[in-house]
Ligand binder design. Structure first.
Ligand code: NAP
Length: 301
């Protein structure tokens, strides 16, 4: 049986989410926490969870507030929620003193507002355990999208993975397992060395223009513009681009469309293609993270 974090006596508030949060609510309740929710899907929610009438009611007095992995936009609007939620200074000020906010990513203004109120923020996507486990449904989802967008097999096709971080590495390995010829672009020598060790064809970003003309499918995992207009124009018109990186992605979609290349941004793959597994991943890692951050807080005070 998995270790259960001890969150006895803690009040945890969940704002927004999808089916993944239903599993998380169960685990948090099993860990002894009082759980209040707003904007979490109601169907299948544990009866012990307090379903609030408003985000403010859910947050009042909470020690911890948890936002989904997709986090908020730059204005504080929670991206995935069954009801609109905007994280404002007023909302944060009803949390318990020294509360902790967990969110996939934390935009600058939210970090600043939180800090000024004495609220610590934790970016959940920075957690390697969570990100590596999540890379499995993400890579499967990206391959599914590529299969749907191509009239040929992935096997024996020329695939390029941009970025060899937690997601890129898993994706490259899976593509290799299906029998694709896989090129992997990374800016660090150590990552290109790892690609070489894995039997991939390593590539520096500076050499993309010479590699791209032969590529059938590009998978981008770099959250910066790496496939720009000029590079897009070196690609075959029949090529497909699947961009996994967080919005706005790393691809010039306008140039791709002009060139007639099928290019798709692929957000939130774990929740879309494997919500049960994705829910298990979040509920395995997040309660431990919350317990560790609360313990750290107590130790520091
Ligand atoms: P990661 O481990 O941080 O990997 C990111 C990779 O991008 C690293 O190899 C990094 O290289 C590289 N990189 C960053 N900036 C670069 C730049 N300017 N030029 C060249 N390379 C650069 O992140 P991850 O967990 O794999 O996630 C990658 C992206 O996918 C993120 O945007 C994440 O939000 C997104 N994501 C999306 C889904 C989905 O469902 N669509 C699922 C999971 C993750 P260095 O090590 O050299 O910095």
């Amino acid at each position: 049986m998995d270790h259960v974090a001890n969150l006895k006596g803690r009040h945890i508030c969940l704002l927004g989410g999808d089916r993944r949060e239903l599993k998380l609510v169960c685990t948090l309740i099993d860990s002894g926490a009082k759980v209040s929710c707003y904007g979490v899907p109601g169907d299948g929610l544990r009866p012990e969870a307090i379903v609030a009438e408003s985000a403010e009611q859910a947050c009042r007095g909470a020690n911890v507030v948890v936002l989904p992995l997709s986090g908020t936009d730059s204005n504080g609007n929670v991206k995935v929620a069954s009801k609109p939620i905007c994280i404002t200074r007023e909302l944060l000020s009803v949390l318990s003193p020294n509360a902790i906010l967990f969110s996939g990513t934390v935009p600058r203004f939210l970090a600043a507002e939180s800090e000024s109120l004495g609220i610590r923020t934790v970016e959940t996507t920075a957690n390697d355990e969570l990100a590596i486990l999540n890379s499995i449904p993400s890579a499967e989802g990206a391959i599914l999208m590529a299969m749907q967008a191509t009239p040929f097999t992935i096997h024996n096709s020329n695939c390029l993975v941009l970025g060899l971080g937690r997601t890129g590495l898993t994706l490259a390995r899976m593509l290799q397992g299906i029998g694709a010829h896989v090129w992997a672009a990374a800016r660090k020598g150590k990552d290109r060395a790892r690609a070489f060790e894995m039997g991939l064809s390593p590539l520096d970003f500076a050499d993309l223009s010479s590699c791209l003309p032969q590529i059938d499918i590009v998978f981008n995992t770099v959250p910066a513009l790496v496939l720009d207009r000029a590079l897009t124009y070196t690609m075959k018109r029949t090529a497909v681009i699947i961009d996994l990186a967080s919005a706005p992605g790393g691809v010039d979609f306008v140039a791709a469309s002009e060139r007639g290349i099928h290019a798709e941004l692929a957000p939130g793959l774990p929740g879309r293609v494997a919500p049960i597994t994705a829910g298990q991943i979040v509920s395995k890692v997040l309660p431990e993270m919350i317990a560790a951050e609360l313990a750290r807080d107590e130790w520091e005070r």
